[in-house]
Design a protein. Structure first.
Length: 221
C-alpha cells in the first residue's frame, strides 16, 4: 500500500473521516496512485496533444492554464520525469512565474476523443532554457511548426500519478478552427474586452445595448 501519498493532505483525510470515505480512498491510493509513471502512463502521455496545468504562487494564489501541441509535445524523459516547452505568448508568464516562487505543479491530461480517460501527474518543477534542456536531453523533439523555438522548458519531477476516471468526460470530435474577423468570431485580443462605450467589442451595438439594459434592469418581484 502506498504510504501517505502526497495527495492525502490533512484536509483530505479529515473529510474522508467525516464523510465515511476513508476506506474507499485507501483502496484508491493503493490501486491507482503511483510515485512514478507506469509504461501505460508514458504511452498515454505520448499520444496527448493537450494538457491542463495548475500552479500557485508563494502566497497560495492559484492559476490554471492550458498547453497544446503535436502529440507527444509533453515528453516523458523517463518514468519519473516529464518536460514540456513554453513558447512566446502574451508575456505575462503567469504559470512560469508561479513555478519560480513555488515548484508544485499539477498536470491533467484528458483524452476526450478515444478512450475518455484522464491522467493526473503532480510533482516539483524547474525552469530550463532551451539550450540547457537540450544539453541534458539531446533527444528532445523539435516542434514541427516552422520557426517556433521554446523560450523555456518546464521540467517536472514526478511525485505522484493517478487516473482521472471517465465519468462525465464528454466526447469531442475534431473540427476545423472557427474563422476570425468580420465574418467570424473576434480576435483573441478583443474577445473579452469592452470598448469605451462599455459594451463588448465583438457584439453589435444593438445587441450590446439590449444586453446592458437587461443587466442593469431593476429586480421586479
Amino acid at each position: 500500500m502506498n504510504p501517505h501519498p502526497i495527495s492525502a493532505t490533512h484536509g483530505e483525510r479529515l473529510l474522508q473521516e467525516r464523510l465515511g470515505t476513508a476506506q474507499r480512498a485507501a483502496g484508491f491510493y493503493d490501486r491507482q496512485v503511483r510515485t512514478f509513471l507506469t509504461p501505460e502512463m508514458r504511452h498515454f502521455i505520448r499520444r496527448q496533444a493537450m494538457v491542463f496545468l495548475s500552479t500557485a504562487g508563494a502566497d497560495g494564489t492559484c492559476d490554471v492554464s492550458f498547453r497544446s501541441g503535436p502529440p507527444g509535445f509533453v515528453v516523458d524523459l523517463d518514468d519519473r520525469t516529464v518536460s514540456y516547452p513554453e513558447y512566446r505568448g502574451n508575456g505575462v508568464m503567469a504559470s512560469a512565474g508561479n513555478i519560480m516562487e513555488n515548484p508544485h505543479l499539477g498536470l491533467l491530461f484528458i483524452d476526450f476523443t478515444d478512450h475518455h480517460i484522464g491522467l493526473h501527474v503532480n510533482g516539483a518543477a524547474r525552469l530550463h532554457t532551451d539550450a540547457e534542456q537540450r544539453r541534458m536531453y539531446p533527444h528532445l523533439p523539435h516542434d514541427p511548426a516552422p520557426g517556433r523555438r521554446p523560450e523555456l522548458w518546464v521540467h517536472l519531477t514526478v511525485e505522484e500519478a493517478y487516473v482521472h476516471c471517465s465519468k462525465h468526460i464528454p466526447h469531442l470530435e475534431p473540427a476545423s478552427r472557427p474563422r476570425t474577423g468580420a465574418q467570424g468570431r473576434p480576435r483573441d485580443a478583443d474577445y473579452f474586452v469592452t470598448d469605451r462605450a462599455g459594451r463588448p467589442e465583438h457584439l453589435p451595438a444593438q445587441e450590446a445595448t439590449a444586453e446592458q439594459a437587461h443587466a442593469h434592469a431593476p429586480d421586479v418581484p
